[in-house]
Design a protein around this ligand. Structure first.
Ligand code: FES
Ligand code: FES
Length: 204
């Protein structure tokens, strides 16, 4: 086999690939797959590309064009400036990015925005549109259950969702309900007091 055959044999050669790369850079990233001509042959090129999607965020229907690899957290924070959900671990381990999807807490960093379509997304800004504090938020403040506060919105979203679903929960159950959230400042003593305050007089 000649060098030419080795380099340009059946399929897409390295030279063709470089040509395709050159073409792909010049093409607007709006649709996929695309069929490009490389050395006279059609070649299908998949992604990256943007898709127009519709998201229901805090009861508003929003339309946005996003790269299909973008997470729900990125869209919430970067497109809609809903910065209550925080990016900390960015890998589904800490709960700082917790939002509600169809009223259930989820890690927004671990969900693609395209997969959040036709779901009801609620961020902490949607749960608490007013600036006054409710009983749960006051319990965090009064019991010193935050230091830097970076994890706090995620804790509040999880706690509110848990209490709404389990109004008669015990303190132990409440703590279990928050087990998907981590606080790097270690404010768990304050959280114990929040658990006691929010479940006082309520049975298991
Ligand atoms: S930032 Fe999403 S779980 Fe940590
Ligand atoms: S208060 Fe700082 S991470 Fe929780």
């Amino acid at each position: 086999m000649s060098d030419k055959d080795r380099n340009e044999g059946p399929g897409v050669s390295r030279r063709d690939f470089l040509k395709i790369g050159g073409i792909a850079v010049a093409v607007p990233l709006v649709a996929s797959p695309r069929v490009l001509q490389a050395a006279g042959k059609p070649v299908e090129v998949h992604g990256p590309y943007k898709a127009k999607i519709s998201l229901n965020i805090n009861t508003k229907q929003q339309f946005v064009e996003v790269d299909t690899r973008v997470t729900l957290l990125d869209v919430l924070r970067d497109t809609y400036q809903l910065t209550g959900a925080k990016r900390v671990c960015d890998r589904g381990a800490c709960g700082a990015c917790t939002v509600l999807m169809d009223d259930k807490p989820v890690y927004a960093c671990s969900i693609l925005a395209v997969d959040a379509q036709e779901r009801k997304i609620t961020t902490i800004e949607g749960i608490y549109p007013a600036e006054t504090l409710d009983e749960l938020q006051r319990a965090f403040v009064e019991n010193d259950a935050q230091q830097c506060g970076f994890c706090t919105p995620g804790f509040i979203v999880s706690a509110k969702s848990f209490l709404d679903a389990h109004p008669r929960a015990s303190a132990e159950e409440f703590k279990h309900g928050l087990s998907g959230n981590l606080c790097r400042c270690g404010t768990y003593q304050g959280m114990q007091l929040v658990a006691a305050a929010m479940t006082k007089g309520k049975g298991a």
